[in-house]
Design a protein around this ligand. Structure first.
Ligand code: ATP
Ligand code: MG
Length: 432
């Protein structure tokens, strides 16, 4: 007996009811991004492994233990399923010299892969909307990216998503803070958990990002990076905050916001909700001015953020937002060989007029086809038997108006009748 096959753990199918929801979500996302001048870019899902090691950092959770890496059996190349999109986007920008002559505002939507412990809001294949900008060094673009988030929550009908910001300063400033942090944690060595001990001399900043409750008090009292920032970094941070204040956008400065990827500098931010349990960060990003050079390009200011699609969709549902599944306008019922031929002509003719048609396929009695028509949610059934076929006619029946009579019409008059009645019923429902 053959064993049934299942999807890989932590990787989900998105079934049609759900996928329709996703498409509506993506429509909103694309319209929103267009409103800010962002253009799409599509990168491969597989990239050379060294790209992620260099971009994200060797001593990060992602690179240390979450990447799906493998050797291409055909040529021995080390490859990785992308765990995030920024590295690949920067690679593409460098490879195609995109930022040389003009600034770029780019976005992508797609799968990411991380070998994490699957739980609500945390999967091994998940989706991100990634938004990146290149060539703009001032705090204006950081602020714009943050305000974009606020507008999107409005567009999606979401509230209660709170903004946290921080500044990571520049590498020299972080180096001084790092030294102070190591001293502080060494003085409190007995309070460190295993993770923290391991990170103490490799990536002490990341200790602050711990999710271990027992470490919270220790981290809260640790030296704060913001106290090590010089005048320029502080001015940049203040520039971001000024725009946020002008826009009436509330925020909290979270000195422990450090992000799990090493490439960030200056502004970092997260949008967080308390409605999704532990996995409450729906959007996170910041500035990464050093990354383009680090990956072999010319010095280019850059800034970006990524949103977790699964978490946002869960939040929309949690808030009661359920986009209506788009029903077809017409379900086309037909029986008999001649009826089938006419039905195809009618269906294509209606579609030419912008009417959505679900054509019955697979045979069956009129009665069973009418049941399917009712179940489809269509506004009308168009019914063609061999009698109708012989005279070039069809029956039009409203499936929504209670007890409405069937009309026999010439097939060439169907579109007009359907469009007329669709408009009437739209007006009725607006009056209600
Ligand atoms: P977290 O702290 O939740 O692990 P992160 O810092 O690893 O998040 P980023 O790499 O900044 O997350 O990714 C941006 C967004 O992508 C997150 O805010 C989250 O919404 C989403 N995300 C990250 N990892 C996962 C995952 N394994 N499953 C689902 N969504 C995820
Ligand atoms: Mg993570």
């Amino acid at each position: 007996m053959s064993q049934t096959l299942q999807a890989v753990r932590g990787m989900n199918d998105v079934l049609p009811d759900e996928a329709e929801f996703w498409e509506l979500f993506e429509d909103t996302i694309r319209a929103w991004l267009k409103g800010y001048g962002y253009r799409p870019i599509r990168m491969p899902i597989v990239e050379p492994t060294p790209l992620f090691k260099r971009a994200i950092g060797e001593v990060t959770d992602i690179v240390e233990k979450e990447m799906y890496s493998f050797i291409d059996g055909l040529n021995g190349e080390a490859l990785t399923l992308r765990p995030e999109g920024t590295a690949g986007c920067v690679r593409a920008v460098i490879e195609h010299n995109l930022a040389a002559r003009q600034n770029q505002r780019l976005y992508y939507i797609g799968q990411m892969f991380r070998h994490e412990r699957p739980q609500k809001g945390r999967y091994r294949q998940f989706h991100q909307v990634g938004v990146e900008s290149f060539g703009m060094a001032g705090p204006d673009i950081d602020a714009e990216m943050i305000l974009m988030g606020a507008r999107l929550w409005g567009d999606l009908g979401l509230d209660g998503i709170e903004l946290q910001i921080n500044s990571l300063g520049q590498p020299e400033e972080r180096a001084q803070h790092r030294a102070a942090l190591i001293t502080y944690f060494e003085e409190n060595a007995e309070l460190l958990d295993e993770d923290a001990k391991r990170r103490l001399h490799t990536n002490p900043l990341r200790i602050l990002d711990t999710k271990n409750p027992a470490m919270q008090a220790l981290c809260a009292a640790a030296p704060k990076l913001i106290d090590y920032l010089g005048a320029e970094s502080l001015a940049h941070f203040e520039g971001v905050q000024r725009v946020l204040r002008d826009a009436g956008q509330p925020y909290t400065i979270n000195p422990r916001l450090v992000r799990g990827l090493d490439y960030y500098n200056l502004t970092v931010f997260e949008w967080v909700t308390d409605k999704l349990g532990a996995q409450g960060t729906v959007c996170a990003g910041g500035r990464y001015d050093g990354l383009v050079v680090q990956l072999g390009g010319k010095a280019t200011a850059a800034c970006g953020f990524a949103m977790g699609v699964e978490r946002l969709i869960a939040l929309i549902k949690e808030s009661g937002g359920e986009p209506a599944a788009p029903a077809p306008d017409v379900y086309l019922v037909h029986q008999g060989d001649e009826a089938l031929r006419l039905a195809f002509r009618v269906a294509e003719g209606l579609r030419d007029q912008g009417i959505n048609v679900l054509m019955h396929c697979g045979g069956g009695s009129f009665k069973s086809q009418m049941k399917k028509a009712d179940g489809s949610g269509a506004a009308f059934a168009v019914i063609i038997g061999d009698d109708e076929a012989s005279t070039g006619e069809a029956q039009l029946k409203s499936l929504r108006a209670e007890g409405s009579a069937q009309q026999k019409l010439k097939v060439d008059d169907l579109a007009e009748a359907i469009i007329g009645q669709l408009i009437d019923s739209d007006e009725d429902s607006e009056e209600e």
